[in-house]
Design a protein around this ligand. Sequence first.
Ligand code: G3P
Length: 217
Amino acid sequence: MKFFVDSADVEAIAELNDTGLVDGVTTNPSLILKSGRDILEVTKEICDMVDGPVSAEVVALETEAMIAEGRKLAEIAENICIKLPLTMDGLKACKALTSDGFKTNVTLCFSANQALLAAKAGATYISPFIGRLDDINIDGMDLIADIRTIYDNYDFQTQILAASIRSANHMKDAALIGADVATAPPNVIKAMANHVLTDKGLDAFMKDWAKTGQKIL
Ligand code: G3P
């Protein structure tokens, strides 16, 4: 499973990127607001730093304007992936932009039928929002599983990008189902490394090592 960082915070992305575990970045208008930065500037900085795709979202609501914004965003860098909302206008823009060779990420997906349409529109990625479904007492992971089955039934090449991830358990469950990618906030990715028994075991090893009086270097 590929890991994308769901953030427009350049420092947080840089810290994770240094681990070599980051495969891409996703942003959205709310994350741009949170960064306090200009969308074109901050997105360029992220694109220069990360090797993989960087999703930047259009804000127009009509197809032609979405296509124009998507083209403008794609000028930022070669690794831009144009993020479009899952509306009929967004799907039409997706079809046009993918036909022109751009990478696309169809976002705000909350049903298997929406994901089916995105695949038909040739989306590079579909972003089902797990956490926001959980928020309204619908199991977001069921949606990931349904999309996996449908895409495999027809060998759709659209990649499932599990989004709105809120916990390390979400990452594990998305991986078990077979999501191609998961995008998560930096704190969630870091939390995946934590285990109380790792901390306890390391503490014991360090104490015993000190008692040996030895050095490796
Ligand atoms: O990038 C979209 C998505 O990951 C948003 O997550 O936590 O705002 O529902 P959240």
